[in-house]
Design a protein around this ligand. Structure first.
Ligand code: AHR
Length: 504
């Protein structure tokens, strides 16, 4: 199959906010306990943080971590998680029907973030709690001292405020599964009043209102319009959540999911712009895609678990090679809309639907999906270019026309680096791709990485962690006449890195 990618230096989508490569740690399953935190593990530091996991998180280059949920947050009392550990209560977590021991809490998370070189994105409990609790938590975290809640923090040995700038005003408040589900009217008013009060404390806070839990919610996109009808002026982002699956074992349809992601972003942006027009506002609402991933291998069995365990094995997906390709496609879809999507969180980070897995008392390893995320997070910085792609494709029953070849390109003029991320969705045909480097004709290809050739159902395991790993090609490719011609194998993820003249 022949395909082409055309770029022009003058046409960009926008600047990539580094928070596009955020992730998520929820008190769910083994994300925290025996995930990032396991006192007594040979790799644990004096605080119980697993150094092997931290090293993988740093390798992944995650600049932002959402916490502590997810569904968990909607019945969470943060006060239980601060102060002397021996005095903290064990509590029932109704979201995941587990026991929360509160051994790892707010202060530990802040310390862990600084080790991980990430900043926190804190979610508020607007399920069982409300504005008052949000303000107490904000004061505890961000006020220097001399008041009840800031002095409580100081009494816990934390003299410096945490300075948390980014807050989720609740989580999935439209979901019937949520403790404290709200109607759009109820939530819109609550989001507005909570945001208004928080901004009175600090107008520079960045606040994310909850959009629909997923695009198929019957109330989508009326939910968005109603919620923003109330809160548009006080919030800075609207959230999107979406998980993709191959339950039907239909790879073509699965890999079309990223086209669906693009359509979802378009629809949410339209709902935001409708309210913008209605309010005659000059502000454009930005988007926070703060839960996205592939999730389906474990759902059914998780429903039948024995409840009230501490750190149970929940949502422990074993990601396949085809899941890695799907994640690559989703990253391309996100890069294509950096004009609106400023924040995104791969859900989640460790053990729970995660790129990093651990064995209690044992090793940590990289799942298949680790690699496309690593590549995008490491190399997908700077500007996202507005590409034109011409490729044969196929018809998806859900999303319409899908090209076999899909791609995004990012350029960082400062470091003189460009990266092209490309997926070939075809299971049979290689793609002979001509990449037209408009405005970058004198750049040269310096590195080419590839995930290809694996059994679509192959997985990495603790015993065999290297089954799926990218390979570095001997030849990166040659730019001739401003064109780079490459052959992309069937079912492959490719990363092509170029350098400006003299910067190779
Ligand atoms: O990420 C797992 C769960 O998915 C989160 O707790 C919830 O917000 C979503 O439904």
């Amino acid at each position: 199959m022949k395909a082409s990618i055309t770029m022009d230096k003058a046409y960009t989508v926008g600047e990539i906010d580094e928070r596009l490569y955020g992730s998520f740690i929820e008190h769910l399953g083994r994300a925290v306990y025996t995930g990032i935190y396991e006192p007594g593990h040979p790799e644990a530091d004096e605080r119980g943080f697993r150094r092997d996991v931290l090293a993988l998180v740093r390798e992944l280059g995650v600049p932002l971590v959402r916490y502590p949920g997810g569904n968990f947050v909607c019945s969470y009392d943060w006060e239980d998680s601060v102060g002397p550990v021996e005095a903290r209560p064990k509590r029932l977590d109704l979201a995941w029907r587990s026991v929360e021991p509160n051994l790892f809490g707010l202060g530990e998370f802040i310390d862990w973030c600084s080790e991980a070189r990430a900043s926190p994105m804190m979610a508020l409990n607007l399920g069982t709690r409300g504005i008052g609790d949000a303000l107490r938590l904000l004061e505890y975290c961000n006020h220097p001292g001399g008041t009840r809640w800031s002095d409580l923090r100081r009494s816990h040995g934390r003299s410096e405020p945490y300075g948390i700038k980014l807050w989720c005003v609740g989580n999935e408040m439209d979901g019937p599964w949520q403790i404290g589900q709200k109607t759009a009217e109820e939530y819109g008013r609550l989001a507005y009043e909570t945001a208004k009060a928080m901004k009175r404390f600090d107008p520079s806070l960045e606040l994310v209102a909850c959009g629909s839990s997923f695009a198929e919610m019957p109330s989508f996109p009326d939910w968005e319009a109603t919620v923003l009808g109330h809160s548009y002026d006080e919030v800075d982002y609207l959230s999107l959540h979406s998980y993709y699956n191959n339950k039907a074992d239909d790879l073509a349809e699965f890999l079309a999911g990223s086209v669906g992601m693009g359509q979802f972003i378009d629809s949410v942006a339209s709902a935001c712009d409708f309210i913008k027009a209605k309010k005659r506002s000059r502000k454009t609402m930005m988007l926070s895609f703060d839960e996205w991933n592939v999730w389906y291998h474990t759902k059914a069995e998780d429903m039948n678990r024995d409840p009230w365990k501490l750190g149970p094995s929940l949502l422990e997906e074993s990601y396949t090679f085809e899941d890695a390709l799907a994640v690559g496609c989703l990253l391309i879809a996100l890069l294509r809309r950096v004009d609106r999507v400023k924040i995104a969180c791969l859900a989640q980070l460790v053990n729970v639907i995660a790129p990093i897995s651990t064995v209690p008392k044992g090793p940590a390893w990289r799942q298949s999906i680790f690699y496309p995320f690593l590549h995008a997070s490491r190399y997908g910085r700077g500007l996202s270019l507005d590409l034109r792609i011409s490729s044969p494709g196929y018809e998806s029953s859900r999303y319409g026309q899908v090209p076999y070849l899909d791609a995004a390109a990012t350029v960082d003029e400062g470091s003189g680096r460009m990266t092209i991320f490309a997926v070939n969705r075809s299971p049979e045909e290689r793609a002979e791709a001509e990449i037209r480097l408009g405005g970058y004709e004198d750049w040269s290809a310096v590195e080419r990485l590839e995930l290809a050739g694996a059994d679509p159902k192959a997985v990495n395991t603790a015993a065999m962690p290297g089954v799926i790993a990218p390979r570095r090609l001997a030849e990166a490719g040659r730019v001739e006449g401003g064109r780079l011609c490459l052959v992309l194998p069937p079912l492959s993820w490719s990363v092509i890195r170029l350098a400006a003249p003299g910067r190779g």
